[in-house]
Design a protein. Structure first.
Length: 81
C-alpha cells in the first residue's frame, strides 16, 4: 500500500515562527500563512487521511485567532521636549 504524505513541514515551521514572533507585525503576512495552513491542513487531514496534518491545522487555527484579535500595542511614552 502506498502511503500518502501531504504534510507541509515548511509551512508548519513558518506558521510556528510567525506565532512566536507576533506575525512579524504584519497582519497580511499572517493572514496569508493562516489561509495556506488551513487549506493544506484540511485537505491533508480530511481528504488524504494524513493524521499529522492535524498539527498544521491546529497551528493555522491558532494563527487565525491571533489575526482576529485586535492588536495590542504597548503604550509609548510621549516624546521629550
Amino acid at each position: 500500500m502506498l502511503r500518502r504524505r501531504a504534510w507541509c513541514p515548511t509551512l508548519s515551521i513558518v506558521i510556528g515562527l510567525a506565532l512566536i514572533t507576533g506575525g512579524l507585525d504584519s497582519r497580511l503576512w499572517t493572514s496569508i500563512l493562516t489561509a495556506a495552513g488551513l487549506f493544506y491542513g484540511l485537505f491533508g487531514a480530511l481528504r488524504l487521511g494524513v493524521t499529522i496534518d492535524f498539527v498544521l491545522l491546529l497551528g493555522a487555527s491558532v494563527a487565525l485567532v491571533v489575526v482576529s484579535l485586535p492588536k495590542m500595542h504597548a503604550a509609548r511614552p510621549a516624546p521629550a521636549q
